[in-house]
Ligand binder design. Structure first.
Ligand code: FMN
Length: 187
């Protein structure tokens, strides 16, 4: 079987990540794959923020402020927010800043950024690293969006956590036939 198909079929999310991260050269390759995502009218609605080292602690502080602005005051929950970015040694915050275009609605531009994230995840696996795409309350928070310089139309499409898998992730192999059917054959 073709090796790309094997790679994609075996891509799996890794919730626990640590250790060595992609080098700058490898990150360049990963982003080169990201920006080859299908993108209606080639508007390039994406931007990728790399967060690593101590910047993760700053992101944790930002998450605490974001949670507090959402009315969270329970200490345990705030500690959880502070530690979120420490779940991997490197994160990429993938954002969408849509351009107003008569043919390309903003939703399609978000989809393009989603496709870019998927390309990244495939590239990350091919280089032997693990990753997981996360969103949640922090992706919706205005405090977080402001810190990443997003406009009112902008959005955080994903926090991509990257590193080496701490334990072997569980690969699910769905029954493909449950999701595929032939349309039009009965007419
Ligand atoms: C848009 C989007 C947002 C997601 N947000 C989260 C999240 O916040 N937390 C989480 O644990 N998984 C999240 N996931 C799911 C994981 O990235 C992953 O796909 C899922 O755990 C299934 O694992 P698999 O990719 O190995 O099949 C999200 C996936 C997508 C596409």
């Amino acid at each position: 079987m073709n090796s790309v198909i094997e790679l994609v079929k075996h891509r799996v999310s890794c919730p626990k990540l640590a250790g060595v991260v992609p080098s700058d050269e490898e990150l360049n390759e990963i982003f080169a794959c990201a920006v080859r995502a299908p993108d209606h009218a080639r508007l390039k609605p994406w931007h990728f923020h790399v967060v690593r080292g101590q910047a993760r602690e700053k992101l944790g502080e930002l998450f605490v402020r974001a949670a507090q602005s959402n009315g969270v005051s329970i200490e345990d929950k705030l500690i959880k927010c502070r530690n979120m970015p420490l779940r991997a040694p490197l994160l990429v915050v993938a954002v969408c800043e849509p351009t107003i275009n008569p043919k390309v609605p903003a939703q399609e531009q978000v989809l393009a950024v989603g496709a870019a994230i998927q390309n990244m995840q495939i590239a990350i696996s091919s280089l032997g690293y693990g990753s997981i795409w996360r969103t949640g309350d922090m992706a919706e928070s205005q405090v977080v969006k402001d810190a990443f310089g997003l406009s009112e139309q902008g959005s955080i499409v994903g926090f991509v956590y990257i590193g080496q898998p701490v334990k072997k992730p569980v690969l699910q192999t769905p029954d493909v036939n449950a999701y595929v059917s032939e349309w039009g054959a009965e007419f």
